[in-house]
Design a protein around this ligand. Structure first.
Ligand code: ZN
Length: 225
């Protein structure tokens, strides 16, 4: 959509999942895109959240009311449910625009009770769940082995934050990220484990098709130290 990406993993009736849901402000666009595919909310089986931020989880509660099951990592589920305190985002060294977006997230966070709390090593909708704490407490990667594709949320981006108008591989943006140190550590650990992928389907920016892992490994910030 305009702000962030929503992916449909379509295994047919009873096996249709969205990866992320977009911001609530983009709900009409989400419904229109679904309708173009001949689908309505009730045709969806579940929603898999890469993380709890409102530009990704913004329509999860709405879809849930239509009987769609929502999956999120346990740590982000606890924040979404209000059982774990929500850390305020602060602009820090980020741009003024990033500061505004951070304030929007602070004021209007996504709130819901996910149906399923995911854990590292789970499999759902044919995807492997990899816990990638850092951007948020419960950020995850979803890896699809058969197509060598990685859904990365905001832990790896395909557009330059904070505006995301310019495309290109990018690391999480500090203003929106709980701990850059932890995000980098998660990324180094994931890549050290050797999980293969060729295509990167990030939360923002166009799909990076082919050689994505190689390009990520070449980022200077991720060199093992
Ligand atoms: Zn985010």
């Amino acid at each position: 959509m305009r702000v962030s990406n929503v992916f449909l993993v379509d295994g047919g009736p009873g096996d249709r999942f969205l990866v992320d849901t977009g911001h609530a402000a983009e709900r009409p666009l989400l419904l229109w895109e679904l309708r173009r595919l001949g689908l309505g909310p009730r045709d969806l089986t579940g929603v898999l959240l890469t993380h709890r931020h409102s530009d990704h989880a913004g329509n999860a509660a709405f879809l849930q009311r239509h009987g769609v099951r929502v999956y999120a990592h346990r740590a982000d589920a606890e924040v979404l449910e209000g059982r774990r305190p929500r850390t305020r985002l602060v602009r820090g060294a980020g741009s003024r625009f990033a500061g505004v977006l951070a304030e929007v997230e602070n004021l209007f966070p996504a709130r819901l009770v996910p149906d399923v709390a995911l854990e590292e090593g789970d499999a759902v909708a044919g995807l492997e769940v990899h816990w990638m704490p850092g951007h948020t407490e419960g950020s995850v990667f979803f890896r699809h082995d058969a197509t060598a594709s990685l859904f990365s949320g905001d832990t790896l981006l395909a557009a330059k934050p904070p505006l995301t108008l310019e495309t290109g591989l990018a690391l999480p943006y500090p203003t929106f990220t709980l701990s850059m140190t932890q995000a980098y550590a998660s990324l180094r650990a994931f890549h050290a484990q050797g999980h293969a992928y060729e295509n990167l389907l990030a939360g923002h920016g166009p799909p990076i098709l082919g050689r994505a892992r190689e390009r990520v490994m070449a980022l200077p910030e991720l060199r093992q130290r």
